[in-house]
Design a protein around this ligand. Structure first.
Ligand code: UFG
Length: 329
């Protein structure tokens, strides 16, 4: 079975590619290397440099690899805050690119599609942990682009029989235990890598965005989920789509950790004092975001294996220590 992985040179995509190859899949990575890294792509995966916004690139990809029968779509802009600064870029890159991909994929009768979706669809949850049936209220332009993506795929299923699985990630983190691939964003905005950059001497302190939230220690609580657990979920989802049922899953470890707890874990793992400075709240942050992942556990037998905060931070630390400047390219 040949799987197209768009954005397969990126953080989550590269870990999923590694898992797919290890499970015996033929993998074709398609990436424009705007945020991804060529070195992150497993040596046994085919690599195609191209842009989803250029329909000719997508057509050439499917002409070269007509055996593609499933797609995992990671290629996307991913920052909540940035999406409120440059909304047109987000709508363009996340929605238009998907339409190009789907137009060609449906012509080639692709029948399985895994979408990287997001917890940012749940801006006003009634119940926490958050289940799949909470109202979908995007918290940003970024979240809105994923909402559009889910709606577009709904119609692709109805019209073309393209079966989808939406995986709504909460806070992806950690790195591969082999130490070869990990998180390398530029600019970095995520809490765990930024905290570890302090331990590496690349930053003076970590800023805490608000200590006056309605949470036990006043800092925001998030559901951190290890990137290898996300990878496993993708493969289970791909296999499950064989039965012809589209699906939706919220994907987190199910435990919330506060910003202070994350920083404390990083201090314990690195042995560095990691100075922290309390700053203002960051616009758009919700106090608590924790997933209820009961559905994917029940239906697909998914179980997070790397669900302790310490292990998540340890694997990230191993990667960052060995690659303080990220990938070489
Ligand atoms: N934070 C800090 N200081 C920092 C960076 C982050 O205090 O320097 C805090 C944030 O305010 C937040 C928590 O740490 O409370 C986690 O922040 P991240 O930026 O690491 O992650 P987010 O929860 O904001 O966003 C992540 C993904 C998004 C996705 C969202 C879904 O990056 O793509 O989860 O909930 F949409």
């Amino acid at each position: 079975m040949a799987i197209l992985v768009t954005g397969g040179a990126g953080y989550i995509g590269s870990h999923v590619v590694d898992s797919l190859i290890n499970d015996g899949y033929e993998v074709i990575v398609f990436d424009n290397l705007q945020a991804g890294h060529r070195q992150a792509v497993h040596a046994q995966a085919a690599f195609v440099l191209g842009n989803l916004l250029n329909k000719a690139d997508v057509a050439a990809l499917f002409a070269a690899y007509p055996q593609i029968d499933g797609i995992m779509h990671f290629a996307s802009r991913i920052l909540v805050g940035e999406s409120m600064q440059i909304p047109f870029v987000y709508f363009h890159d996340n929605v238009m690119a998907l339409l190009n991909l789907l137009e060609i994929a449906t012509q080639h009768h692709v029948k399985r599609f895994i979408l990287s979706s997001t917890a940012n669809l749940f801006d006003k949850p009634n119940v926490i942990p958050i289940r799949e049936d909470e109202p979908l209220i995007p918290g940003s332009v970024y979240g809105e682009t994923k909402f559009f993506a889910e709606r577009i795929l709904h119609w692709m299923d109805t019209i073309y029989g393209l079966k989808y699985c939406f995986l709504r990630y909460f806070n992806a983190c950690g790195a591969h235990e082999n130490g070869h691939i990990g998180e390398d964003h530029d600019p970095e905005t995520h809490l765990i890598p930024l905290t570890l950059q302090v331990a590496l001497g690349k930053r003076e302190h970590i800023s805490i965005f608000g200590t006056d939230y309605d949470t036990p220690d006043g800092t925001c609580i998030r559901d951190y989920v290890h990137v290898l657990d996300l990878a496993r979920a993708h493969i289970l989802a791909l296999e499950a789509l064989q039965d012809g049922q589209s699906r939706v899953y919220n994907l987190g470890s199910g435990t919330g950790y506060s910003v202070l707890e994350v920083i404390e874990a990083a201090r314990a793992v690195t042995g560095h004092p990691i100075p922290a400075v309390v700053g203002a709240r960051r616009a758009g942050d919700l106090p608590v975001l924790v997933a209820d992942s009961t559905r994917i556990k029940r239906e697909l037998g998914w179980q997070p294996r790397y669900d302790s905060l310490r292990v998540m931070v340890e694997t990230a630390w191993r990667w960052h220590k060995a690659h303080p400047d990220g990938f070489a390219d």
